[in-house]
Design a protein around this ligand. Structure first.
Ligand code: NAP
Length: 526
């Protein structure tokens, strides 16, 4: 949406192709009960328009899905975006056609072009393609035997029905215990006859302590919103997380406990910034992990269930979850937890599912099983660059690109918050705005200098991939767990840590590249 607005203002002709019936992306699809952002509303919102950020009023500290979707609709109306968005249009193929490709390029105006095919057969031509396909948009539905046999509704959190789902009196089964499951469980449990949750890996979750928007806080931020944004953009992940510059190991046990306790009471993702070495020192990390496990044991009354809910992986290695009464939900009589490591799911049946131990009967089955993250949506399209090179082939051993923005062999092709950029490890809206502005400014430069194509050089790409890995390998992220950051949640997916760790240093690098004549890119003029 912002790319459309920004590029349009630069005088480009822009067309957006969108699978959904309307705007909103993640917030259009993930409409399950309890869906809510884990970044504070005053931060998880556009800053490109001062009037917009001043006038929009968030009702809660953390906005719920419906409110964020309302915001997206407001932005679409306010900036008259819909007239250039083609909804209900899923792109199935994108092929680069070089200017000298002769007959194949007929009707494209003679220059290099992308030919984009939608699954309804419609064909579009564009000089530049910007992939805003999302990091968590391609649903992961594990290939359980008998998946099609289930006779009741089988719902994935990432593709939730538009109608209200009635859980009253229903026996509900849910597979998965990541962020989505943690949000939905406390909402379903009070309505359902029973809720059975199948857990493979326990997650660390911090209470959200969500509340209605504090009017004083809102007024203070809005009095100098630009300063608030600028301050956050200098912080790790572009979040207002009040980072502690001390190591968890250089303070006394009492100070450490007090610091964790304060963060627990404040709630949310800033818990990760309790100390400066939680992502790099296993010993430091263990202190935070043990603190959270103690909290879980204090909340969950049944000691066997509490132990099962205690995560044993590195804290924060998988995306930290933020909840409202998740652990408390297990104190209800109608909620049960099944450890699928001890009792693997063997098959889905017409009436529920079978584990190695017993058969479960459900009226509704929920897959809270996450996404083929970061690369899934891109690789779901048949994308071919120069000489027919397919992105699927190029990324067979993991994504390769430069700055997370551009792929060698794929000219005039950009990825917004692609693998190799901070994306999911930053405030997403801030990361998106930075990418949109960098790409828009780049296109403007190309136009001013009559450059017809731009793409990453293979050397710059190789150096960037090495850097992304080098930085990741200094942390606990690659080895501490099987996270979607590494593709480990998808059978057969190459295991490689995909995001670039380091916002705001990443922004500086992007700016240096642009001011050095797009160093590391190959620019060609017709
Ligand atoms: P997720 O974190 O990937 O969780 C998926 C869950 O399904 C995991 O517990 C996983 O277990 C389980 N699972 C997957 N395949 C399975 C199988 N074959 N058998 C048993 N269990 C299986 O997905 P998500 O909860 O949808 O969240 C994805 C990301 O979306 C989050 O990390 C976050 O970035 C974002 N999100 C954010 C919010 C928010 O803003 N509050 C809310 C929802 C989602 P394993 O852990 O063992 O793989």
């Amino acid at each position: 949406m912002y790319a459309l607005h920004y590029l349009r203002n630069l005088g480009f002709s822009v067309r957006v192709l969108e699978t959904g019936e309307d705007v909103g992306g993640t917030w259009y699809w993930n409409r399950y009960p309890g869906a809510r952002c884990d970044v504070a509303s005053l931060e998880y919102s556009y800053q490109f328009s001062e009037e917009l950020q001043q006038q929009w009023r968030w009702s809660e500290k953390y906005a719920a899905q419906a409110e964020i979707l309302e915001y997206a609709n407001h932005v679409a109306d306010r900036f008259d975006l819909r007239r250039d968005i083609r909804f209900n249009t899923r792109v199935s193929a994108m092929h680069f056609i070089a200017a000298n490709a002769g007959a194949n390029n007929r009707g494209s105006g003679g220059g290099d072009n992308w030919r984009i095919t939608a699954d309804n057969g419609e064909i579009f031509q564009a000089q530049f393609c910007i992939m805003a396909t999302g990091c968590l948009s391609s649903c992961n539905i594990p290939d359980f035997p008998g998946l099609d046999d289930f006779e009741g509704p089988l719902l994935h959190t990432g593709k939730w029905p538009h109608r209200e789902v009635d859980f009253a009196g229903r026996r509900v089964g849910m597979i998965g215990t990541g962020s989505s499951a943690i949000q939905i469980a406390p909402l379903i449990a009070p309505q359902a006859d029973s809720l059975t949750i199948f857990q493979r890996t326990a997650s660390y979750s911090i209470p959200a302590h969500n509340a209605t928007m504090d009017a004083d806080h809102e007024r203070t931020i809005k009095a100098d919103y630009a300063r608030f944004r600028a301050q956050n953009s200098q912080r790790y992940a572009a979040l207002d997380n009040n980072p502690n510059s001390l190591s968890a190991l250089e303070v006394s046990a009492a100070e450490r406990e007090s610091s964790y306790q304060q963060r627990w009471e404040a709630g949310g993702l800033p818990f990760l910034a309790s100390f400066n070495d939680l992502a790099t020192s296993l010993d430091a990390n263990k202190t935070a992990a043990e603190f959270i496990r103690r909290k879980i044991r204090g909340i969950v009354k049944d000691p066997i269930v509490a132990e099962l809910l205690c995560p044993q992986t590195v804290m924060g290695c998988k995306r930290l979850c933020v909840d409202s009464d998740y652990y408390q939900t297990f104190n209800r009589d109608n909620v049960s937890l099944v450890d699928v490591n001890a009792c693997p799911i063997e098959r889905i049946t017409s009436a529920g599912l079978e584990t190695a131990e017993k058969e479960y009967k459900f009226d509704i089955l929920i897959m809270a099983t996450g996404f083929d993250a970061m690369t899934g949506a891109l690789l779901g399209i048949d994308i071919r660059g120069r000489q027919g090179l397919s992105l699927q082939e190029k990324w067979r051993h993991g994504p390769k690109n430069y700055l997370g923005l551009s792929v060698h062999g794929f000219p005039n092709f950009f990825t917004i918050t692609g693998p190799g950029s901070p994306s999911v490890l930053a405030n997403m809206i801030v990361a998106i705005e930075q990418h949109v502005e960098w790409i828009g400014d780049c296109l403007q430069q190309l136009r001013a200098n009559s450059v017809s194509t731009i793409e990453a050089s293979s050397q710059a790409e190789a150096r960037w991939v090495r850097l992304v890995n080098k930085i990741a390998n200094k942390t606990l992220f690659p080895s501490g767990c099987n996270s979607w950051y590494t593709g480990a949640n998808i059978p057969g997916k190459p295991r490689i840590f995909m995001p670039y760790l380091g916002y705001p240093s990443y922004v500086e690098k992007c700016e240096q590249v642009a001011s050095n004549g797009y160093h590391g890119f190959e620019l060609r003029s017709l």
